[in-house]
Design a protein around this ligand. Structure first.
Ligand SMILES: Nc1ncnc2c1ncn2[C@@H]1O[C@H](COP(=O)(O)OP(=O)(O)O)[C@@H](O)[C@H]1O
Ligand SMILES: [Mg+2]
Length: 273
């Protein structure tokens, strides 16, 4: 393969695994309120990797450690053992090449700043002209140009989540982490946001790690779905989703193969121990 030649030394895949999670474990220390008993073992032993440009979804029962995992990947939290590597370097701190979109858009946006200022936040190191061009472009990519001078509280939930996505775009990430980003919006908005993110992913070539508890969403969006066990979580199964792209909300979901993936993953989660 042509890309293999560009990686130089190492094996054929060495330059392509942008993200590696290697035997990651996370135990939260016991709090006083828990009576000083043992801590919470959130993640037992998690290993997986994502290639550059790959869209990986993680599904698993509530409380199995998905948010904990994303926080470790983002450098917001430290694993108890094991490591996360981005482009071969161990993550110990927040990475500029990585952006995160959380479920709670109401908490991730500043209510006292306009859409434009929210998206601009964090770009202060850029020269002014470049900064405003990048902000305008990012807002346009999520279809909110007309609302650039509105405040978050003047927007619907779906629109607020678009602002959070615009902010991620503006930081020009290589890797995008999303933690149940569409869980708080209605079904129709959710479908629109899913399709929008797939379009953006194609355009920007991000490596994406999407956490969702919605199995259909995981299949619809991802190249691979990692099915996690109950806490302390492990990878139960990796399901490669070989559905054509671009994917369509109605046609893709109606395919017999889609139903087959659904059945397989529901079966796994139902029996997850
Ligand atoms: N900061 C924390 N301190 C102590 N326990 C935590 C903390 N964050 C999460 N936990 C616990 O770790 C487990 C996994 O939580 P989380 O990663 O939020 O799961 P998920 O996102 O899959 O629902 C849960 O039992 C949760 O209560
Ligand atoms: Mg969570």
């Amino acid at each position: 393969m042509a890309e293999g030649d560009l990686t130089g030394d190492g094996g054929p895949d060495s330059g392509r695994k942008v993200l590696e999670v290697d035997r990651l474990a996370k135990v939260y220390a016991a709090s006083r309120s828990s009576g000083g008993g043992g801590g919470t073992e959130a993640i037992a032993d998690l290993t997986f990797s994502a290639a550059r440009g790959e869209f990986v979804a993680l599904v698993g029962p509530s409380g199995c450690g998905k948010t904990t995992l994303l926080r470790c990947v983002a450098g917001l939290d430290r694993p108890s053992s094991g490591a996360v590597r981005l482009d071969g370097a161990v993550v110990r701190d927040v990475q500029p090449s990585l952006a995160v979109v959380f479920q709670e858009y109401t908490r991730s946006l500043f209510p006292w700043l306009t859409v434009r200022r929210n998206v601009e936040f964090g770009l202060h190191a850029l020269p002014r002209r470049e900064r405003s061009a990048r902000v305008a472009d990012s807002i346009e990519h999520v279809g909110l140009t007309e609302f650039a001078d509105h405040y978050p509280w003047q927007l619907s939930g779906g629109m607020q989540q678009r602002v959070a996505i615009a902010r991620a775009i503006a930081s020009r990430p290589v890797t995008l982490l999303m933690d149940e980003p569409f869980a708080s919006v209605d079904a129709q908005t959710r479908a629109q946001l899913e399709s929008m993110v797939l379009d953006l992913w194609r355009e920007f070539g991000w490596t994406v790690l999407l956490v969702t508890h919605d199995i259909d969403e995981a299949i619809f969006m991802a190249d691979r779905v990692l099915v996690l066990s109950r806490r302390p979580s492990r990878v139960l199964r990796t399901v490669t989703v070989a559905l054509d792209r671009p994917r369509d909300q109605v046609e893709t979901r109606a395919l017999p193969e889609f139903q087959q993936y659904r059945k397989e993953i529901f079966g796994l989660i139902g029996t997850a121990g």
